[in-house]
Design a protein around this ligand. Structure first.
Ligand code: E4P
Length: 220
């Protein structure tokens, strides 16, 4: 399972990229707004900056509500960076846009997926990857990770090539569960990436090795 960073914060992307474990980035209008990125040109400039740091797919979301608008936006976004994945919501207009953009050869991240049926529709329309939103389902008392597992199973059974990306990840346990459920990708906030790194026994172990080494008269 590959890991993507779910952020529009350039500093977080720089720090995450240094670890050598990040294969792509997902953004959305909320994440962009959180970083004070405004307007289409602002979003485009930020995405350019991200592409200079990360040599992988960068998901950029459309804001149009109708299919024609999504298609026009998607075609534009597809020209922004070398490896764009256009994020299209799992709506009727969205499926129409996914089908049209996929016919153009544009890669699609089908976002805001909350059911296996939406994932099946997206796969038929031509989504490159589908993003079930785990945390938002958990938030309303449902089992978000069960949806990831169900989509992964159905796709595998029917030999569907669309990838599954666990999104709306809230904590490191979600990453383990997503990998076990068969997700191809997990897109995670920077804080979760750092939580994945941490283990108190690793920290105390490193400190003890150094202490023992120095006690024996060695310098660092
Ligand atoms: C994924 O592509 C989305 O941008 C993201 O995971 C949404 O997560 P949230 O539910 O924390 O907003």
């Amino acid at each position: 399972m590959k890991l993507f960073l779910d952020t529009a914060n350039i500093q977080e992307i720089r720090l995450g990229a240094r670890l050598g474990v990040i294969s792509g980035v997902t953004t959305n209008p909320s994440l962009a707004a959180k970083e004070g990125i405004g307007g289409r040109e602002g979003y485009k400039a930020a995405v350019h900056e991200i592409a200079d740091i990360i040599d992988g797919p960068i998901s950029v979301e459309v804001v149009s509500q109708d299919a024609a608008g999504m298609i026009a936006e998607g075609r534009d976004i597809a020209e922004w960076v070398p490896n764009p994945w256009v994020k299209i919501p799992s709506t009727a207009a969205g499926f129409e846009a996914i089908a049209a953009l996929a016919r153009d050869g544009i890669k699609i991240n089908q976002t805001l997926c909350f059911s296996v049926n939406q994932a099946l529709l997206g796969a038929q329309a031509g989504s490159t990857v589908v993003s079930p939103f785990v945390g938002r389902l958990d938030d309303i008392g449902q089992d978000g990770m069960a949806l990831v597992a169900d989509i992964a199973n159905v796709y595998q059974r029917h030999n569907i090539k669309t990838m599954v990306m666990a999104a709306s990840v809230r904590h490191p346990r979600h990453c383990i569960l997503a990998a076990q459920a068969g997700a191809h990708i997990s897109t995670i906030p920077y804080t979760v990436l750092m939580q994945m790194v941490q283990h108190p026994l690793t920290d105390s172990g490193v400190a003890r090795f150094l202490q023992d080494w120095q006690k024996a008269g060695n310098r660092q």
